[in-house]
Design a protein around this ligand. Structure first.
Ligand SMILES: [Cu+2]
Length: 366
């Protein structure tokens, strides 16, 4: 099943639904254009011989063209190319729309390793040089474990330069761009281990950014997720999800001082913001998606919400790292009505605990 590593994989395995779709289209294009190419070269060769300069030249016929021929070789290729476009559109549309129920995994590229984080907070470090890692990172070196027949959406970003998260067996590669989120999704169809590469040359140790994705059965996956301690990298001893780490940050960075739970605060309440259209000062508006929230934190002056003063400070890389930015976005995305913590709530309730806000008297805060 797995070809040996030294084998030049012209035809890498197909291990996802996208791989099947992609491969069919690939062969359709390769065969149609290959056939035409071959035809052209055969004709050239034939005409070279057939009409070579002869010792006894006769008069050449006067040919003024043929409308039928011209039309045929214009219209037939037109439809062939349109079929590339149409089919390509179908596959593209499939590739860029993850199903609603996808599990979401964050992937951050960094010179020179990948950091993946699961919804429950579990982290995996892929590639890299263990000697240049923190204790925490070293402890999490592993494979990107994914369940078979369940969709996984990966949200990808970079801490430094442009990388590219590529999995040939899934026929998927997506650039990891600093300051931006990109996404890809996979529906694995075959158990086994497949390569992960950085597909964008990113510096001296680019070649270290390799690793494995491991497709396991749903059961094995659930066991694997349950079997680890999802504590690493989080101050919260109970729940280490990106959203809960984001909540900690929201308190620690004093975002809460302005973005408090009541509308009399100095800044908009962020509850239920995600996915809403935000009216902007100076007209227009924008949907509050990952990118908008990220930009609101990095460059709050770029787009100011209508009706508010532009008093929010900008948080650059030194205050909020790319990873922390992810966590803040995950938190704001998860923020439901009535869920803004009171500002002195340093240790928020774990997942599953009652979420009601304490009565005003026990709240206090500033
Ligand atoms: Cu890279």
């Amino acid at each position: 099943m797995n070809s040996p590593d030294y084998w030049l994989p012209f035809f890498p395995e197909r291990a996802s639904t996208l791989a099947d779709q992609f491969e069919a289209l690939f062969w359709y294009i390769a065969i149609t254009s290959g056939t035409v190419g071959l035809g052209v070269y055969t004709a050239i060769f034939y005409f070279c011989v057939r009409y070579r300069r002869s010792n006894s030249p006769g008069p050449t016929p006067r040919i003024l063209g043929s409308h039928k021929l011209e039309l045929a070789w214009t219209i037939v290729p037109l439809f062939v190319f349109l079929s590339y476009f149409g089919w390509g559109l179908v596959v593209y549309n499939y590739a860029v729309h993850p199903p609603e129920d996808s599990m979401e995994v964050f992937v951050i590229g960094k010179q020179w390793m990948w950091k993946a984080q699961y919804p429950d907070g579990h982290r995996v470090i892929i590639g890299g040089n263990p000697r240049n890692m923190s204790e925490n990172e070293r402890a999490n070196i592993g494979k990107l474990v994914l369940p078979i027949h369940r969709p996984t959406k990966v949200t990808i970003t970079s801490e430094d330069v442009i990388h590219d998260f590529g999995i040939p067996a899934f026929r998927s590669k997506m650039d990891a761009l600093p300051g931006r989120y990109t996404t890809a999704w996979y529906l694995p169809t075959k158990l086994g281990e497949y390569h992960i590469f950085c597909d964008q040359y990113c510096g001296t140790w680019h070649s270290l950014m390799v690793g494995k994705v491991k497709v396991v059965t749903g059961e094995e996956f659930d066991q694997w997720l349950a079997g680890h301690t999802p504590l690493q990298g989080s101050d919260n001893a109970v729940d280490g999800s990106p959203a809960s780490a984001g909540q900690q940050l929201f308190l620690k960075l004093n975002c809460i001082n302005c973005h408090s739970a009541n509308a009399q605060g100095r800044a908009p309440v962020l509850e239920g913001l995600y996915g809403q259209r935000v009216p902007l000062r100076g007209g227009g508006g924008e949907i509050a998606d990952d990118h908008y929230i990220m930009e609101s934190i990095r460059k709050p002056r770029a787009k100011v919400a209508d009706g508010w003063e532009a008093i929010m400070p900008a948080y650059d890389e030194s205050q909020v790292s790319a990873e922390q930015l992810n966590q803040l976005v995950a938190y704001i995305r998860s923020l439901k009505k009535g869920a803004t913590p009171v500002s002195n709530q340093r240790f928020p309730a774990p997942n599953g605990a009652p979420t009601e806000r304490p009565a005003k008297t026990s709240g206090g805060g500033n």
